[in-house]
Design a protein around this ligand. Structure first.
Ligand SMILES: [Zn+2]
Ligand SMILES: [Zn+2]
Ligand SMILES: [Zn+2]
Length: 718
């Protein structure tokens, strides 16, 4: 096709503004040949702003226009940074999540691409070339000459010899030169599949392939071999020259999946998550765009990669709430995956031992295909036992728990101990007025840190010395509440003085690769007992785990919101599933004071379906999702009174026959900002969205949005 580059265009753009969320198209004139998906600089209200081109037209001077058309300042990109499919996805996401389009584009495009043109200079890197082999090679020079004998290498790979290198470069034996930093494709040794697929796996595979539905709920017990199915499907896609994306809920789990993939295929796999540097992410993005990579393993943000021949997206542990973005746009990765798969006519595999109720309800209704994997590939499902919490408040571990730990360690096996995150943090409470010692800026309790005996706020980072008096009533009777991983660790050390104990919690994993180091140590059996919060429940696949212990789950069972029992069940099932993947018997102990809770009969039998049927009855009675939909609107501001008045006003404006409006509820303050929440409940999500947006557009002045909208929220429902 031939383009007339000097032709004047009228282009439609969305504007990225520092202070306002402008969810409206504007037209500008351009003679720089702008294409859809490129960015341009424009003048908007006397400010230079970046704008996304979403449509282009030939300019017709005769055409009447409601405002005077201005020229763009310049074009930023030489190539569109979003292709048409992704552009459409952004438009769709904007509507689905009630978020301005520009915010959607921002989460879709990696930062390195979002920066202005000048800042994506290629990164240069120093490389070394061997010019000649010297007559005499000293002992210190030998490894360098050896390494460079057949190939050039980046200087970083020889940095331990930098002293000797400088000398060799001076003598002209080695030449250093600069080259654009590139992604090095590594070679791996491919292995045969470790075992043949079981008849159950083959059957499941056939069902997935034969299904007329593109979305498949792969419901399989922990250890039933779901990963092997993903890999087989990915392999078949690769043979057809098609791309696959395998997603995991947490960065800590990517390495494990990458290891499985590289070992299996012997090829380099693209890894994509938020801990990569901007440049690394940019390079991976390009590899996928250029169709150089066929298999991607990644977390949430990988769902926006610019695939062009996609055959399959897998969401492993699809029930995990990490798949939901936790700020605007509050998208769910599952929804994005399904939307993209539609475009490519690709399969979406939603794998879990405890699927989300939304997914399972759709699978039951036949909206998604349901494929089940019943048995474990190897090992046996562990035996689960309920045990009372110790009577003494000083003890955390019950007699039975200690006995089991001893037995398992004596057998040379390992133990996993889960402390439910809710309510585990040690906080100070006043015995007189019952109030906790809170952060001044955030309305939430400060957490005690033993190493420097300080009180810290996990939200804003504020830190202070331990107070002697209650800040509310002045009483000196303060006591420590909450289980605290550190305190359980102490108790374990006392009870098992020779055992090697490792703690994996928020504070231990703050360091880079902290997760990975801990998991490596555990997998190499350098540790006997691994103690941690939610994160240890996911993915550990270690045949030496002989017991899982679950502590402090009662808080979650005493319903704080309609989803907490669903989450608790999934958490317990996952944790139990960590044990018994090798030979011999495995055991699980749950310490609980709620042994009669309805969740346990189903859990003791590892029976998700039974739990689902029971719990859905409550959902129906209370008309909670998946029987209805929710939208969470939170308003915020620095003036508490004004905010409350504003919330009441919006509440009023939202009243409507087709929906239920709940609230406003005071969410307290976070980092000196106050929050009020309004919940909208209804049966017609499309109508709910439209109604909410109509009201906000009418009531919120200047489009300055001091609010957040979360459609289908998973959090903040208490
Ligand atoms: Zn007090
Ligand atoms: Zn704070
Ligand atoms: Zn901390």
């Amino acid at each position: 096709m031939w383009y007339n580059c000097s032709m004047t265009q009228r282009i439609d753009v969305y504007i990225e503004h520092k202070h306002y969320q402008i969810n409206q198209k504007y037209s500008y004139l351009s003679d720089e040949f702008a294409r859809i998906g490129m960015r341009v600089n424009v003048n908007f209200n006397n400010q230079k702003c970046v704008a996304f081109v979403v449509d282009t037209h030939a300019y017709d001077p005769e055409e009447a226009f409601p405002y005077e058309l201005k020229w763009i300042e310049d074009r930023i990109d030489d190539e569109p940074i979003l292709n048409e499919e992704l552009l459409d996805l952004g438009l769709w996401m904007s509507e689905m999540t009630c978020t301005p389009l520009i915010s959607c584009f921002q989460v879709m495009v990696p930062k390195a691409l979002r920066m202005s043109k000048t800042s994506i200079k290629p990164q240069m890197e120093k490389w070394l070339h061997l010019e000649m082999i010297p007559d005499k090679v000293t002992l210190k020079q030998a490894p360098i000459i050896e390494a460079l004998h057949n190939q050039d290498l980046p200087a970083t790979q020889l940095k331990e010899y930098s002293g000797v290198l400088t000398g060799l470069i001076k003598k002209g034996i080695i030449r250093a030169y600069l080259q654009e930093k590139n992604y090095l494709v590594k070679d791996y040794q491919a292995h045969e599949r470790p075992y043949a697929l079981s008849p159950a796996q083959i059957d499941a595979l056939e069902q997935i392939k034969a299904s007329s539905q593109n979305v498949v709920c792969l419901f399989g017990k922990t250890g039933s071999g779901k990963t092997e199915l993903y890999l087989t499907l990915a392999e078949e896609a690769m043979q057809d020259d098609l791309q696959s994306l395998i997603m995991v809920p947490e960065i800590a789990l990517t390495q494990q999946m990458v290891d499985r993939v590289t070992e299996r295929f012997g090829t380099d796999v693209v890894v994509y998550h938020s801990h990569l540097s901007d440049h690394e992410r940019y390079l991976q993005y390009k590899r996928i765009q250029n169709n150089e990579a066929k298999l991607v393993v990644g977390t949430r943000s990988a769902v926006f990669l610019p695939f062009n021949k996609l055959a399959m997206i897998v969401l492993d542990e699809e029930h995990d709430s990490s798949y939901k973005q936790d700020n605007m746009p509050f998208y769910h990765t599952r929804d994005i995956a399904i939307k993209r798969a539609e475009h490519f006519n690709a399969k979406v595999i939603l794998g879990s031992a405890s699927p989300s109720f939304e997914t399972f309800a759709r699978a039951q209704k036949g909206v998604y295909a349901l494929v089940e994997l019943e048995d474990r590939v190897k090992g046996k499902l562990p035996h689960i036992q309920l045990v009372d919490n110790p009577v003494s408040s000083k003890q955390r571990l019950a007699k039975e728990t200690k006995a089991l730990i001893q037995e398992v360690i004596d057998e040379g096996k390992q133990v996993v101990i889960l402390l439910n995150r809710r309510g585990y943090a040690p906080v100070l409470q006043c015995t007189e007025c019952q109030r906790t010692v809170d952060c001044e800026a955030c309305d939430r309790p400060l957490v005690y840190h033993k190493n420097d005996s300080s009180m810290k706020c996990h939200l804003c980072g504020h830190s202070e010395a331990m107070p002697r008096q209650c800040p509310h009533c002045g009483s000196t009777n303060l006591r420590m509440m909450g289980l605290g991983t550190q305190r359980v660790e102490e108790e374990l050390q006392e009870a098992f003085p020779t055992a090697r104990i490792l703690r994996m919690d928020r504070d231990a994993t703050q360091v880079k690769h902290g997760h990975q180091k801990i998991l490596d140590q555990f997998n190499k059996h350098e540790v006997d007992i691994l103690l941690g919060t939610q994160m240890i429940a996911k993915g550990l696949d270690n045949p030496l785990v002989g017991a899982s212990i679950i502590l402090n789950v009662d808080v979650a069972l005493m319903k704080t919101d309609y989803r907490s029992v669903e989450d608790a069940f999934a958490l317990m099932l996952q944790t139990a599933g960590r044990s018994g993947r090798g030979d011999g018997e495995a055991h699980v102990i749950i310490q609980t004071d709620l042994q009669k809770h309805m969740v346990y009969p189903a859990l003791l039998n590892h029976d998700f379906k039974r739990f689902y049927v029971q719990e859905m009855k409550y959902r129906k009675i209370a008309q909670n999702p998946p029987y209805t939909y929710l939208i969470n609107l939170s308003l915020f501001g620095k003036d508490e009174q004004k905010l409350y008045a504003n919330a009441l006003h919006i509440m009023q404006a939202l009243q409507d026959e087709q929906i239920k409006v709940l609230g406003p509820s005071d969410l307290g303050k976070r980092i000196h900002v106050y929050y009020q929440r309004i919940l909208i409940k209804g049966k017609d999500l499309h109508y709910m969205r439209k109604h909410l947006m109509d009201v906000l557009n009418r009531e919120v002045k200047y489009h300055k949005w001091d609010c957040q909208i979360d459609v289908n929220p998973l959090k903040g429902l208490e």
